[in-house]
Design a protein around this ligand. Structure first.
Ligand code: ZN
Length: 169
């Protein structure tokens, strides 16, 4: 396959963007991508619905419908993924999608995916960030994180008893 260079670099850019969440659908495991720049941060997260709701299908009863709506609202309102300094401001509306509980037909499995864009000052001072997603997704046992920052790319696996994400050196 021969692609013009321009098209090829375009593809590479997509592959390394925080939005490109790799990783298989695995109950109990969330995927987190962070793209950190000097004054900004992009968070992309993918969580199996089973780990958020305890089931993976369209909501049936009124109680389940309310619960699913509240879940979507929770992720749209403000990012629940990381404990960030108060000065970090979301600069774009959160992009949240979970087709299985939003009335769209889906397969046997489904995820909630969310992307947040924030502006922060002095991200270079950051050393560790607490992953608060564990509080929202109570059935999550691991968060597989990928960080792309000024110092390159790092990967780590967070657990309930080890939920400090290391940033920088
Ligand atoms: Zn599933």
């Amino acid at each position: 396959m021969h692609l013009p260079l321009q098209q090829l670099t375009g593809l590479l850019a997509i592959a390394t963007s925080a939005c490109a969440l790799a990783g298989p659908h695995e109950h109990g495991v969330a995927h987190l991508n962070l793209a950190i720049e000097a004054q900004s941060l992009e968070i992309a997260v993918k969580v199996p619905l089973e780990s958020l709701l305890g089931y993976e299908r369209a909501p049936r009863s009124d109680a389940e419908k309310r619960e699913a709506a509240a879940l979507l609202e929770r992720f749209k309102k403000t990012q629940p993924v990381l404990a960030l300094p108060a000065h970090c401001k979301e600069v774009a509306p959160a992009q949240v999608k979970a087709p299985l509980i939003e009335g769209q037909a889906g397969s046997a499995h489904g995820d909630l995916e969310a992307v947040y864009k924030l502006q922060c000052t002095q991200t270079s001072d950051w050393r560790e960030i607490d992953v608060t997603l564990f509080d929202v997704a109570r059935r999550i046992s691991r968060v597989k994180a990928q960080i792309a920052g000024p110092q390159g790319q790092t990967q780590s696996v967070l657990r309930r008893n080890k939920r400090q994400l290391k940033i920088g050196r």
